[in-house]
Ligand binder design. Structure first.
Ligand SMILES: C[S@@+](CC[C@H](N)C(=O)[O-])C[C@H]1O[C@@H](n2cnc3c(N)ncnc32)[C@H](O)[C@@H]1O
Length: 315
């Protein structure tokens, strides 16, 4: 039976070439996405900024509605087609979107590291503490099967594709197309990846009926979303059933499940409890806590971005 570790962890992204948190405070954050700096709203940055000045290529001005809306104001001419960034061997295009993101979520970088450690042959044990980087060459031998639900522009999928076959599921045709472009940009277009435009919950239920199994599952569900046929996704209502179905796709030889939740008033203990219940028949460990980004400069403040719960099985 999987053991639940009650004490929360922090998985902190310390910034790399493509992304740095330069400063934060007074409800905003100041970040560099490669060569361009941007200012975005950040309600959790309640402290004061360290820097006097935030010169930026653009700022996202939020709408009056707490849950969305708003628009970018640009001071620099940015390339229309976006610009190329990289995480290890994964190359991708960054570009401001109307949803205030830049086509990737940099706070996921420690998650990609963790999954790869779980997936690699020497994976297992206290994976969060090891920073072993697997070699960049793909190792399809023994072909593990991974599932990335709500996969967006595919960075997690491409990171995992080094260790086996990946099924990438997202409801948005545009996101899947962008993910495929990122695969091509990374020279990974020929990797064994199934790119599916589908509703995550319906697809997972179908996989259960087909008797499929996976070695690892990552899911990053939004608070609210819609499937391609208009299926409605509401996190609080849909998550228990989806996690139960994910559990049916795993067995004692599987290696991990990683769940992130953001923009919802919920503790990581709640989603850890959900995994604890759903994965009770499996061995391994369940951990939980915050994803965060570490600010540059003196003090290196931690800005929380999401909560997570993860299951790993050293086997
Ligand atoms: C936060 S993004 C995931 C980010 C991604 N994991 C990453 O790190 O880049 C949420 C994604 O869920 C997708 N989505 C929303 N509702 C969905 C549904 N019902 N089924 C599948 N995907 C859905 C959206 O299109 C969006 O790409």
């Amino acid at each position: 039976m999987a053991a639940l570790i009650e004490t929360p962890l922090v998985m902190a992204c310390s910034g790399w070439d493509a992304y740095r948190l330069l400063d934060s405070g007074a409800g905003r954050k100041y970040e560099a996405f490669g060569p361009y700096a941007f200012i975005r709203p950040e309600p959790q940055a309640m402290w004061q900024p360290r820097l006097a000045d935030w010169p930026a290529a653009g700022e996202f001005i939020p709408g009056s509605d707490e849950d969305g809306g708003g628009r970018w104001q640009f001071t620099d001419n940015l390339p229309d087609e976006g610009w190329e960034l990289a995480w290890n061997a994964v190359r991708f295009t960054a570009k401001p979107t109307p949803f205030r993101h830049l086509q990737f979520f940099p706070d996921m970088a420690p998650v990609w590291d963790w999954m790869r450690q779980c997936a690699s042959p020497r994976g297992g044990g206290d994976l969060g503490q090891q920073m072993l980087k697997p070699p960049e060459a793909p190792a399809f031998a023994g072909a593990h099967e991974f599932l990335n639900l709500f996969g967006y522009t595919g960075l997690g999928t491409l990171a995992l594709s080094q260790h086996g076959r990946v099924t990438h599921v997202d409801a948005s045709k545009k996101s899947v197309a962008q993910a495929r472009q990122n695969a091509a940009l990374s020279g990974m277009a020929e990797r064994p990846i199934r790119w599916l435009t589908d509703d995550a919950a319906r697809f997972t239920a179908r996989e259960v009926r087909r008797g499929r199994r996976y070695d690892g599952i990552i899911l990053d569900p939004p608070k609210f979303g819609r499937g391609p046929e208009g299926e409605v996704w509401r996190l609080e209502e849909g998550l228990p059933g989806l996690i139960a179905d994910c559990a049916r796709l795993l067995d004692a030889r599987s290696r991990f499940l990683f769940l992130t939740v953001y923009a919802v008033r919920m503790s990581s203990l709640a989603i850890a409890g959900l995994l604890d219940e759903a994965l009770s028949a499996l061995p391994g460990t369940i951990e939980h806590g915050d994803l965060a980004v570490r600010e540059e400069g003196e003090g290196g403040r931690l800005l929380p971005t999401a909560i997570f719960a993860r299951w790993s099985n050293p086997r």
